[in-house]
Design a protein around this ligand. Structure first.
Ligand code: DAH
Length: 333
């Protein structure tokens, strides 16, 4: 009996040593310690031994064999579990790193770039840069610009009103033109100034219109300024900003704050015309609102959209794209 026990144990230990998976280990367990296992069978045979002494010896040998086999089983199972888990983890691994390259360095937004290039072009022509508030009074935004209450031109400016002061007295500026008045009030002529900034219109957005956008305003006030100076400045700017192959033209138009007024277009080297903005000789009423004597000084003004410039320059189809802040779109510029 003892020999059978030792033989069963040795065979179990040998097979465990040769096992190549946890399934192999479990098979050995079943064949040795399971219901019909070899050591289990031997245990059942203990009762048939003749003497108590034989039973004792065989019982002890069985216990030792069972302990040894159990320990070997547990050790092998532990080894396989670890390695099999490692394999499983590797197989089921998810790559959660979306980008494998190092994060790149950011850059200025496409509209900020246009804003800065415009400032640079005008600084190159001898202009200075000024800015004004985005929340304005009705007086600066309309009245001082020769648009008194009920002036029909006001209906072109779909205005956001701010709940501050008397009803209708405070607005989000609808254009950068009110900064003209602020500059005239604080700067004695000669004035050669551009005024970029954010403006607001209460209108539905589409591919060419935004409710929040940017304009750049120009104002020149000096002695003896004429329409020829305006046309020459627009032409110099066109060449400085777009390149030598570009030219400009003025088309008669109407704005309450200029007289005469014009719209200016630029001609691309391919020959097509782009409408850019409005301009004109500053209206005497506007000069007076800014505290400047129209008998002594004259001047011109112009204004146009910065977002439009970025859109045209990069052939962007829809201005709204520029503000969805999709990095895949923005990193192209
Ligand atoms: N403020 C005008 C607008 O938003 C643009 C404009 C036209 C500005 C003529 C000017 C100008 O300075 O002279 O539509």
């Amino acid at each position: 009996m003892i020999d059978q026990i030792l033989a069963a144990k040795d065979s179990a230990v040998a097979r465990l040593a040769a096992a190549t998976s946890s399934d192999d280990v479990r098979a050995v367990e079943l064949e040795v310690l399971g219901k019909k296992g070899s050591l289990t069978d031997l245990k059942a045979g203990l009762g048939k031994l003749a003497t108590i002494e034989e039973k004792k010896q065989a019982g002890r040998a069985l216990n030792e064999a069972t302990t040894e086999v159990s320990a070997a089983l547990a050790a092998r199972l532990g080894e396989f579990r670890r390695s099999e888990r490692a394999v499983q983890l590797e197989v089921e691994r998810l790559d959660l790193t979306e980008v494998t390259r190092k994060p790149g360095r950011g850059h200025a937004h496409v509209v900020t770039q246009a804003w800065q290039r415009l400032e640079d072009a005008f600084i190159g022509l001898g202009f200075q840069v000024a800015e004004g508030p985005e929340v304005e009074t009705d007086w600066y935004n309309f009245e001082a610009l020769n648009m008194p209450a009920n002036h029909p031109a006001r209906s072109m400016h779909d205005t956001f009103y701010v709940d501050h002061g008397a009803p209708g007295s405070t607005v989000l500026r609808t254009h950068t033109s009110p900064v003209q008045i602020r500059v005239m009030q604080t700067t004695p002529p000669p004035i050669y100034m551009v005024m970029p900034g954010r403006v607001f219109r209460n209108e539905t957005t589409d591919a060419t219109h935004l409710a929040v956008f940017h304009q750049i305003e120009g104002l020149v006030i000096d002695r003896g300024i004429t329409l020829a100076d305006l046309a020459g400045t627009i032409e110099s700017f066109t060449k400085a900003f777009f390149g030598e192959g570009f030219t400009s033209r003025l088309r008669p138009s109407y704005f309450p704050f200029t007289e005469p007024s014009a719209e200016f277009d630029i001609r691309t080297p391919k020959g097509n015309w782009l409408e850019l903005g409005g301009c004109g000789m500053v209206h005497p009423n506007v000069l007076r609102a800014g505290g400047i004597d129209p008998e002594e000084f004259s001047g011109f003004a112009f204004g146009f959209g910065i977002d439009r410039m970025a859109k045209e320059r990069h052939s962007i189809n829809d201005v709204r794209e520029m503000y969805t802040n999709d990095i895949r779109f923005l990193e192209q510029f």
